[in-house]
Design a protein around this ligand. Sequence first.
Ligand code: ZN
Length: 420
Amino acid sequence: MSRNLPVNADRIAEDIEALADITEPGHPWTRRAFSPLFLRGRDYIEARMKAAGLQTRIDAAGNLIGRRPGTKPGSGTIMLGSHSDTVPDGGRFDGIAGVVAALEVARALSERNIALDHDLEIIDFLAEEVSIFGVSCIGSRGMTGQLPEAWLSRSSDGRDLAEAIAEVGGRPGVLLQENRPDIAGFLELHIEQGPVLENGKTDIGVVTAIAGITRIEITVEGRADHAGTTPMDSRADALVAAAQLVVDIRDAAVERARRPGHFAATVGEFRIEPNAANVVPSKVVLLIDARAEIRNDMDAFCEWLDAHVIKLAISQGVSIRSPARVSDNFPTPCDPGLLKTLERACDSVGATHRRMASGAGHDTAWIAKVAPAAMIFVPCKEGRSHSADEWAENDDIALGAAVLFEAVREMDRNLNEEKA
Ligand SMILES: [Zn+2]
């Protein structure tokens, strides 16, 4: 790369490769939260934090933090970070790129003898991915007082989540009181996990919002009959109705996704009864995962769905229970001021950029609920992620780290002005 960046791309590559080596043999790349390998990965990150002159600690929620004190105590903390845990057979970059880029920003600042007024913290959030405890974003929720108390008693592998947090060095006893009113601003770099940047030959995605996720369960009931003897015109086939519904949901989502604001809907779970070759299907339960950047879009989709299943039930001669929202999270907008800061940072390092929403959940969503927060995406090959084929070019990650570097410097100046 010919660009003269304020960060060192080789150091980024070295860290990403070193962490890639810490994986379950035969399952590249697997370093699941709470596993011994996860702790080995963290030992590496902590050593690198220390080598960069950062003061390291584990907070109550089990996050690994490297701190660089500012010159004006009490100004607040600028935070950068992501997660180092992986899904099983996951990639080398999801989360890891963001931790390493954040670490590189701290190194680059020190190397250039740049003092910040604010404290700077580099974070490796605990268990962003769904862990063996079946929940996600434990560290970012925990750091900001948003971890549901009931989660602490979820158990797996002979221990509960509270014990597992203690094993990684957290303090579950005081975790629920944890919050960080000192966060002046938070930024996360992450691979896009989609194809938009690569297809558009764009360097950086400036994330406008993390989409809200609503999961909706629908039960279609027909009548079990003999598959050989029941005439085709006198059946109540739950599967045929459900199959039509899946296509209708796809069509409605395609239509909605053409308008401004990210929208996606997927039927990812589908259960059929009795699931036997010679029986007309009597019952199907399906689960929709719908994601919207704009809350009104989600409400409109749910209203359409409620009305549509009534019509579909009549036309297909089955009964369909009214769709039930089994979980419902609102979209989380990123901080408008930080979006502009990130765009200026892109311009100053010569990176092309576009605004886009995140269809995936991220730690940023939890920090954004309590403090100004934003994130950037860097391209990944063919949009592949949560797969061993996940790939991001090191130069693209380095360019993203340079954007963080410039953004942090502007935040350090602006956040003071806001207070003055
Ligand atoms: Zn991630």
